[in-house]
Design a protein around this ligand. Sequence first.
Ligand code: CO
Length: 284
Amino acid sequence: MSSASVASRAVRRVVQGMPTSDGAGVKLRRVIGQPQLPDLDPFLMLDEFGTDRAEDYIAGFPDHPHRGFETVTYMLDGRMRHKDNHGNEGVLVPGSVQWMTAGRGLVHSEMPEQQEGRMRGFQLWLNLPARDKMTTPKYQEFGPERIPVATPAAGVTVKVIAGSTAGIVGPILQPATDPTYLDIALAPGAQFTQELPPDYAAFLYVFEGEVSVGEETSPVRTHQLAVLSEGVQIRLRGASPAPARAILVAGRPLKEPVAKYGPFVMNTREELQQAFADFQNGHF
Ligand code: CO
């Protein structure tokens, strides 16, 4: 092995989320999918939503289509009702994950199932390879009791949504992008090392406290995303006086052309036009 291939991942750049609104006026922080970080193949978008104010989320995300990729919703606080035009419906509760493969298309709504209180979580958009874009829509949905928890070291707790850590395997199956999605809690000074395929795209998003990466002298702060360099592992350390929490997400880049417009993500302009036509003709 060359020395490069055994390297630990470092922070390539730090990106600050951009306040915006989406749906019918839901206030959120867009981290991937904004001018500073338009995408990070295979990741197309990352939104963090987090507020105690009902007026920031109450309008929700009424009916809208998707085609050609996956949406991953991870709820931290609050309850969201999901409903699509294929008859699927359910309520996402705190700690639950919904991994939706939109494939050839569906129309769905995501509406708050509460009038007040805190709403907090993430939505990640993950691309599908050309061969899977027109697949049948499907869901991988898991309540909090079905997300396994690893305790790989003192002061470290890891919820394993996808991928594996310390022999604990997450429930999500997606061979195309082979994702890792970990929710990591670090006590002050606690250290955690995660192995990753060296050439996979990876990012760390800190949502509580501060986290140091490898030998970096300045930690990644709350609401910052660190784009990680390539390498076989990443070393993290809780770097704030209070516990820190971050998601670590990695996946195999697809290296395919991307043609995207709003809720459609295809490979060519022609496929995008077909998506619009199919949606308008009610074929979703
Ligand atoms: Co949606």
